[in-house]
Ligand binder design. Structure first.
Ligand SMILES: Nc1ncnc2c1ncn2[C@@H]1O[C@H](COP(=O)(O)OP(=O)(O)OP(=O)(O)O)[C@@H](O)[C@H]1O
Length: 260
């Protein structure tokens, strides 16, 4: 990979309980890229995302922006990684703008009501990017699922971290919102961030990602540009499906079609 890697992992392995769920994973991912992490249920995608962010212990080495993850304080890790967990829910009836301001917590903004100009500007940029400025004073508990999803995205964007990790950010959204979220993540990557997104939507992954990482049974079994990483052989061996493939408006169309 010619570009400078922002996130490097070498020989990672991790266990949950007595089970080894990640085996010998090595990768090097540059900034300004949208990376889709795909694989069947239970392949280890969420575990890998959490290990990369330092939220789960692992063996091996992780470097972010040239520093060993293990050498960084928790606050510094929180500034370098923004993490959108799977099925993210907000249960407190906070106004949208305060939820988004929580993204500035790693930068020392502990009171959403008293942000510095710098933090307030970052919150505004994130709200504009996620298209939630018109929801600013609405309570998040009174928003639709799609609106809440955009607010959750705005919160992680407000961190303005060099690495954004998002676990199934489009799950349970309607097709329009799914496309909208991918367009926003694409734009975030284009502005310089390394964005890693876990998804089961192979069509959106093939269309929007620069790099696809395919996991199976805790191992990285394929990686590269979508057409290579999601080859018909990988589809068959890893996902046990055949796909319909075409081009539309000069973008890849990939539709899961039948079991093999
Ligand atoms: N707390 C736990 N203890 C033991 N095993 C676990 C635990 N959590 C998850 N696992 C196992 O680890 C493996 C990887 O789980 P993980 O959630 O990372 O998979 P995934 O690829 O994200 O799956 P999905 O697509 O279903 O969300 C699975 O086999 C799962 O059963």
């Amino acid at each position: 990979m010619s570009e400078t890697a922002v996130l490097v992992a070498s020989s990672l392995s991790a266990s949950l309980g007595k089970r080894v769920v990640l085996h010998d994973i090595s990768l090097a991912l540059p900034g300004r890229h949208l990376v889709a992490l795909v694989g069947p249920n239970g392949a280890g995608k969420t575990t890998l995302l959490r290990v990369l962010a330092g939220l789960l212990p692992s063996k091996g080495r992780i470097e972010v922006c040239g520093d060993a993850l293990s050498s960084l304080s928790l606050q510094e890790r929180a500034r370098r990684f923004s993490y959108l967990p799977q099925g993210h829910q907000i249960h407190w009836p906070l106004p949208t703008k305060d939820v988004v301001a929580l993204g500035r917590y790693p930068h020392g903004a502990i009171d959403p009501g008293r942000l510095t100009d710098h933090d307030a500007a970052a919150v505004m940029r994130a709200m504009q990017m996620a298209d939630v400025t018109d929801l600013s004073d609405r309570r998040v508990t009174e928003l639709s699922g799609g609106e809440r999803c955009r607010v959750a995205l705005a919160r992680v964007l407000a961190v303005e971290a060099p690495v954004l990790l998002a676990d199934e950010p489009t799950a349970s959204l309607d097709p329009r919102y799914q496309i909208e979220i991918l367009i926003k993540l694409r734009a975030t990557a284009d502005s310089g961030t390394l964005v890693v997104v876990v998804t089961h939507d192979l069509g959106l992954a093939a269309r929007f990602a620069d790099i696809i990482l395919v996991m199976s049974e805790g191992r990285l079994v394929s990686q590269g540009p979508p057409a290579d990483a999601l080859s018909e052989a990988i589809m068959s061996e890893v996902f046990r499906i055949r796909t319909y493939r075409a081009d539309h408006e000069r973008e890849i169309v990939l539709v899961p079609w039948a079991e093999v």
